[in-house]
Design a protein around this ligand. Structure first.
Ligand code: FAD
Length: 375
């Protein structure tokens, strides 16, 4: 595995692990880890070198997300969203917008988030019921986004809204301090990913000039399907692979160290060995498929989309299955939370429902493989 993965693992040991338990227990955004993510250069991973970043791509994105998720899924998920938003700007933003935001990220450790999903359209986040009223160079927005990870902590939010171009959508950057933007933080009470702050965002007469729009009017959908989707879906594949690998590490360690009065350990029991083998197999396959998908994406191979979709579906389901088996290996100690497996299982459950959900992606995969239009 390459450098970014190893650097991510080292970073996680020093700057994520100390906060992981509190992040879950207190439903607390991992602010300390994010401060360090800025200082150690991870927030600029995808920013092009000419803007002062590291100029990396989808493979390094996947490696960093994987490495962080092997320690803390919440931190990895918030980080992943930032990378996706950055990448969208890299691919479609104006030079002025890139300079403004990338300089802030690099100099001040600020980060980005995705405010896409709405209460009405749910998992079909590229369909928006917001309103956008154009008045010369200024557009006034009204509406509400339902679950915005890093809400109130991120400094910039990508928002999809109807375009002046009939039937199309635009992708905008809303700065945190925009007048009319407010956060319903008390609404986040996730089963897992508890430090995410994935709260509703209210957009009440927010007015922005056109410099905040990413790309040409009406190009939002193209941005979603050519940049946001591959980076987001691959990133999710990496995160759920990381959770599955973390489950393997905990279950294997527990099996080796849980001793019975006769001196034998759980590892001596054949059924446990089979469970450990199954967890390893699923977690390794999820990781291998995700890294292969990222590689295919980076090289622009013809079946990259099918691989990316497969990796994300497989990893989400593998994480839940690994969690089910790991809880069995962990027994009463896992159930009574002496091991962090129940947290990982709760985190894993987000995988199947995050948009586009595993079910929706299964439909897309079939379409991709049979040459049909997506979505
Ligand atoms: C931890 C977490 C973090 C999140 N962070 C963000 C974020 O940062 N930004 C953001 O914009 N959103 C975010 N979301 C929201 C998420 O991406 C989804 O949009 C949201 O979970 C959809 O919820 P819903 O109940 O409205 O889904 P619904 O649309 O009501 O779907 C309910 C179920 O029906 C299934 N379903 C619906 N339509 C179809 C179909 N056509 N075919 C097959 N199955 C279908 C779905 O798979 C799902 O399981 C986050 C969600 C979670 C859990």
């Amino acid at each position: 595995m390459n450098l970014i993965y190893q650097e991510g693992k080292d970073f996680a040991k020093s700057y994520i692990e100390p906060y992981t338990e509190l992040t879950d227990k207190e439903s607390r955004f991992p602010e300390e880890s994010f401060k360090e993510l800025g200082e150690k250069g991870f927030l600029k991973l995808l920013i092009p070198e000419e803007y002062g970043g590291l100029g990396k791509g989808i493979e390094e994105h996947a490696q960093a997300c994987l490495a962080f998720a092997e320690t803390c899924a919440t931190t990895a998920l918030c980080y992943m969203m930032h990378n996706v938003a950055v990448m969208c700007l890299v691919a479609h933003g104006s030079d002025e917008l890139k300079k403004r935001i990338f300089t802030d990220i690099i100099d001040n450790g600020t980060f980005m988030a995705l405010a896409y999903s709405e209460f009405g359209t749910g998992t079909h986040f590229y369909i928006t019921e917001m309103t956008a009223e154009v008045n010369g160079d200024r557009t006034t927005f009204n509406g509400k986004k339902s679950m915005v990870t890093s809400a109130s902590y991120a400094s910039y939010y990508l928002v999809l809204a109807p375009s002046a171009e009939e039937g199309k959508i635009d992708n905008w950057v809303f700065p945190l301090e925009s007048k009319g933007l407010s956060f319903e933080l008390a609404e986040w009470n996730g089963l897992g990913m508890r430090g995410n702050s994935s709260s509703p965002v209210r957009i009440d007469h927010v007015t922005l000039d056109s410099s905040h729009r990413i790309g040409a009017p009406g190009s939002g959908s193209e941005q979603v399907f050519t940049v946001v989707a591959p980076f987001f879906i691959t990133g999710l594949g990496a995160i759920y692979s990381g959770i599955a690998l973390h489950m393997f590490a905990i279950a294997a360690d527990h099996a080796a160290n849980r001793r019975y009065p006769d001196g034998s350990t759980l590892s001596h029991i054949e059924t446990i060995q089979i469970h450990i083998g199954e967890i390893y197999k699923q977690a390794s396959a999820a990781k291998a498929l995700t890294m292969e998908a990222a590689r295919a994406g980076a090289s622009g191979e013809a079946d990259a989309l099918a691989k990316i979709l497969s990796a994300r579906i497989f990893a989400s389901e593998a994480a839940i299955e690994c969690g089910r088996l790991a809880m069995r290996v962990g027994g009463g100690k896992a159930y009574n939370k002496a091991l962090p497996l129940e947290r990982l299982l709760r985190d894993a459950y987000a995988g199947q429902i995050m948009a586009p959900s595993a079910d929706v992606l299964s439909v897309w995969l079939g379409k991709a493989l049979t040459g049909q239009m997506i979505p």
